[in-house]
Design a protein around this ligand. Sequence first.
Ligand code: SF4
Length: 590
Amino acid sequence: MSTRTLPLRGAANPSTLRDGTNPGSFANAPNLGGALTFSSPDTPGMPAPSDKTAWDFLPPGWRREGDRAIAPAGFVPVTQLEHARLGNITPEMKRVAEREPHLTAEQVRSEVAAGRMIIPANTQHLLHALEPMCIGRASKTKINANMGASPVSSSTDEEVEKLKWAERWGADTVMDLSTGGNLDECRKAIIQNSRVPIGTVPIYSMIIGRKIDDLSIEVILESLRQQAQQGVDYFTIHAGVLREHLPFVQRRLIGIVSRGGSLLAKWMLVHGKQNPMYTHFDQICDIMREYDVSFSLGDGLRPGGLADASDEAQLNELGTLGELTEKAWRKGVQVMIEGPGHVPFDQIEYNMKLERQLCHGAPFYVLGPLVTDVFPGYDHITSCIGATAAAYHGASMLCYVTPKEHVGLPKKDDVKQGCIAYKIAAHAADVALGIPGSRDWDDSLTKARAALNWEKHFELAFDGDTARAFHDEDLDVDTDFCAMCGHDWCSVRISKEIVEFASGKADGFTRDKVAQSAALTPEQREILEKRGVLSPEEIHRLASKTRKAVGAEGSKGSCHSDYAEPEAAQQIQEQRLVQLRTKPEVSAAE
Ligand code: SF4
């Protein structure tokens, strides 16, 4: 027998209770207050972190004294960044610290001041139901869900319903990307109904009723002001697409795939001028500062296929986004950076670490990335593989991709599938990064699973309805095995019965007796109906306990409890406990 020393680096263990045999994280030790806050070890050749932060880009007339800044006399702070720089802990920072138990409010303030964290919270949206949250590599990884009416599909009511649906399935922010219907009304309804920050791509509403060629700076600024007043929490602004970058696009297989990027490229070519979002960036900053709208600096030249990834167009634009980050910080505006797209798995770490260098650690918000192009209809899966790697290597927020990506407008179930895929990616990365407490949920579910405590298992499951429905599809009784292996082959049952094993015996997780499984709820029945595997009669049988509960006729599940009542089955199992002795017996005399 050999003992191996694991190459652990992280001082933090993602499990609060240090349960089990897994001792910690292979990621770097967390460095709160530094550029390496929750980070992966660098593969050789990766770009080093920037030695600058938002502290190096204070507004004119400001000066730094230790971990605080002094503003010119009479200055009134508005944005979370300005408050953080001045040493003010805002109510929003306190709320963020409550939601991120491994962080103190002072650490939140310090990260916001350094520009490595943002709290997207428009002062107008805070007047409604907004629950402040943060995006940054010192905090847990966040996910964004996109929605929005298109010219051919959906309505305001449907979009509000999708918003609620996305919140239910764990979206930390929602982007309203409507390009059809009544955009203003839809946006207003979404802001008034949302607990999560709302992002938009304002150029979409700027070209409703006009050709892109007719877009003027007056229209741009007026539209931004109107959306800021409405309460939008972050704007995607494609200010980094420059005329100089366009020749790099010519050799691409799929050109420009960002709507905003392609519209602005066309505008520049028609007018023979530089991107107006770039030339008027300071005025845009002034409007956004007034309401504390955060920048999501758009990646208008993101790759649309693996062959175009990490090319000169994409990386030169990223360099420009770094330059714009510095400008926005000088204006007191919070910034995150948008990233690709479609990236081969091996290039993801490089992309994340280059952003950390060029944009001085501003939070990276990435779309996927998809790690292969050949599975349309399954791009929530191709992209959540890339998203997991992206979060592990430095992304702070993951923009979901649904199964409808590239082929149509997502419907409710697509929103759910996208959210779940991305919750998996974000959580997997948080555990790998060693964020304190992030594995507690996994450990609890493992204990319930080991104890064959099905009720607790499904209560802890992210989507307990689906897990319960799948279980009951085959076996509508909660007992010491499931239909996957059956009674005699259930390794979890056998492990639980081995006296020396801790398995299945954790306090509060063992269940008292074999129990009839709970009745299927209408939601769970619907899940089975949609699967189309069971006949209506079989689903009806599984739902029989519901009828029983309301006094109608019931029926019994087909397992060994058909032949023994629950108490008797429990007794039989206890009599058959496996007494595996791996240690010599210790006599009383010793
Ligand atoms: S029967 Fe198989 S899948 Fe089901 S609980 Fe036992 S070991 Fe797990």
